[in-house]
Design a protein around this ligand. Structure first.
Ligand code: TYM
Length: 332
């Protein structure tokens, strides 16, 4: 019996993923790849919406793929590939863009934030159509579920709307995907500004823990994380956002419940708690980092794995694209 389909991806927009990507997405991906037929892409076309040095983008694409594998995504089991190596993504995006309202696309909060931050003249059209390319990613694979952090929820909802619109106009073509968002870990916050989400594009590096950083650097960042003056290790998102964020990270990486961690550190100060978390982080990411660096030592082998996975992805994607092209009236 065929397994339900899963699709997700990340932008290769930095030399390393940050632990929000790991906790908000990669852990779920790894756990779900058994029960689902999974497709994981490195979305390099999406990354072109930001200024890039070409050689750096190529490196970051490999580095992102290596981190997927190091985190436990198995390229023999799941289809792990680079978006631009499957041309159907850009092709389907064009068709979907002709069915997306200008107002509808203008309402995407991530676009609004970014265009507001950079100003209209520095905002490229690719940033505007970015969610439509994401819809194409998902719909090409007849996806059932899309595990993401909560910042991507609106994009998955647009994807559902576009799929329903297309199906309504041309007959059953796309499966309607469901976003899957882990309530507790959907948003990991910046260690220096626990009201902002941790992000690869954060202005300051001090609050971002990178998966590929030297463990001692990550440990230092945790020791310096912003907390509060109360001194008790207690989850209270509203009044203690810094400590609560650290508790969420601790729980996610150990598989423990927050109350059991609160108990362990009851009556002890933040110093002890941070030291404990730093140890957890070093233990978790030490082996992941070592494995990723080992994979990056042999880029030819990595490229070979990615190419064969892209061929597998293409087979599925081409079928959907062909159906779409025929339905909208393109001469086959
Ligand atoms: P990206 O590259 O920004 O992030 C990759 C994944 O990590 C999650 N994430 C977080 N989760 C918790 N806390 C955080 N601080 C945090 N930061 C990031 C994101 O929610 C995401 O799941 N548009 C997407 C990439 C994409 C995609 C797709 C995803 C392109 N096509 C198709 C799913 C399906 C993006 O920019 O993710």
């Amino acid at each position: 019996m065929s397994r339900p389909r899963l699709y997700s991806g990340m932008q290769p927009s930095a030399d390393s993923l940050q632990i929000g990507n790991y906790i908000g997405a990669l852990i779920q991906w790894r756990d779900l790849q058994e029960a689902y037929e999974a497709f994981f892409s490195v979305v390099d076309l999406h990354a072109l919406t930001q200024p890039n040095d070409p050689e750096e983008l190529r490196q970051q694409t490999r580095r992102t793929a290596a981190q997927y594998i190091a985190a436990g995504i198995e390229p023999s089991k799941s289809t792990l590939y680079v978006q631009s190596q499957v041309p159907a993504h850009a092709q389907l995006q064009w068709v979907l863009s002709t069915m997306t309202g200008f107002g509808e696309a203008s309402r995407m909060t991530q676009f609004k934030d970014k265009s507001h931050r950079y100003g209209a003249d520095k905002t490229n059209v690719g940033l505007f159509t970015y969610p439509i390319l994401m819809a194409a990613d998902i719909l090409l694979y007849q996806t059932d579920i899309v595990p993401v952090g909560d910042d991507q929820k609106q994009h998955v909802e647009l994807t559902r709307d576009l799929a329903e619109r297309f199906n309504g106009r041309y007959g059953e073509t796309f499966r309607i995907p469901m976003p899957v968002i882990q309530r507790d870990t959907a948003r990991i916050y910046d260690l220096q500004n626990p009201l902002a989400k941790m992000s690869k594009s954060a202005e300051s590096d001090a609050g971002v823990v990178w998966m590929l950083d030297d463990p001692s650097v990550s440990a230092k960042k945790i020791m310096r994380a912003v907390t509060d003056s109360e001194g008790s290790v207690r989850f209270d998102k509203e009044n203690k956002p810094g400590v609560s964020n650290l508790l969420v990270i601790y729980a996610a990486l150990t598989g423990r419940q927050i109350p059991s961690i609160e108990d362990e550190y009851a009556g002890r100060g933040y110093g002890d708690f941070k030291k404990g978390l730093a140890e957890v982080v070093v233990e978790e990411f030490g082996p992941v980092r070592a494995r990723a660096l080992e994979l990056l030592d042999d880029p030819a082998e990595l490229d070979r794995i990615l190419a064969s996975n892209a061929a597998r992805a293409s087979e599925v994607a081409e079928k959907t694209l062909d159906d779409v092209y025929a339905k909208v009236g393109l001469l086959r």
